[in-house]
Design a protein around this ligand. Structure first.
Ligand SMILES: Nc1ncnc2c1ncn2[C@@H]1O[C@H](COP(=O)(O)OP(=O)(O)OP(=O)(O)O)[C@@H](O)[C@H]1O
Ligand SMILES: [Mg+2]
Length: 137
C-alpha cells in the first residue's frame, strides 16, 4: 500500500483554530490503521506542532497560514505541518530535562513530539518550513 494523502487543512495563525484542527485531524486519524490507543497521542503531537508553527514559525501573524496534511500507508501514518517561517535549528533548542530548565513552564513541545512519534524531521521548502512526523501502525 503506497503512501496516500488522506486530507489537508489550512488555517490562519490564530490559536482559536486549534479546536478545528483537532476535530479535523482526529476524524481522519480514526480512519487509519493506527490503534485507538495511539489516537490521543497523535492529537497531542499535532496540537503542539501546529501551535509551534503559529507562534514560532508565523509569529501569530493571522495573514500567514499553517497547513496540516495527513498521509497513511500500511506501515505508518505521516503528518506534515507547514508554516511560513524561516525555520530553526532543532539541535540548538535547550533540553528541558537539563537541571537549569526543569522549572521553566515552556520548552517541552518538541520533546513531547519526539517521544510520542517514531520519526521526526524538518524540511525547508520554498514558502516556509515543514515538520514531518511518522507514527508506525
Ligand atoms: N515551527 C517553528 N519555527 C521556528 N522555531 C520553532 C518552530 N518550532 C519550534 N521552534 C523553536 O523550538 C523551540 C522549542 O519548541 P517547543 O515546542 O519545545 O517549546 P515552546 O514552544 O517554546 O514551549 P511549549 O511548547 O512548551 O509551550 C521554540 O521555543 C522555538 O524557538
Ligand atoms: Mg511549543
Amino acid at each position: 500500500m503506497p503512501l496516500k494523502k488522506l486530507g489537508e487543512l489550512e488555517v490562519p495563525s490564530d490559536q482559536d483554530y486549534l479546536a478545528e484542527v483537532d476535530n479535523f485531524t482526529e476524524k481522519l486519524i480514526k480512519k487509519t490503521l493506527l490503534p485507538s490507543s495511539d489516537v490521543d497521542d497523535v492529537a497531542i503531537v499535532i496540537s503542539e506542532a501546529v501551535n509551534n508553527a503559529m507562534v514560532h514559525g508565523n509569529n501569530l501573524d493571522v495573514t500567514k497560514s499553517v497547513k496540516i496534511r495527513l498521509y497513511s500507508c500500511s506501515k505508518y501514518i505521516r503528518i506534515v505541518i507547514q508554516d511560513e517561517g524561516g525555520g530553526f535549528s532543532p539541535e540548538d533548542v535547550p533540553d528541558p530535562r537539563e537541571d537549569e530548565n526543569l522549572l521553566k513552564a515552556s520548552g517541552r513541545g518538541l520533546l513531547i513530539i519526539r517521544h510520542l512519534m517514531d520519526e521526526v524531521s524538518y524540511k525547508s521548502v520554498k514558502s516556509g518550513t515543514q515538520i514531518i512526523m511518522d507514527k508506525y501502525v
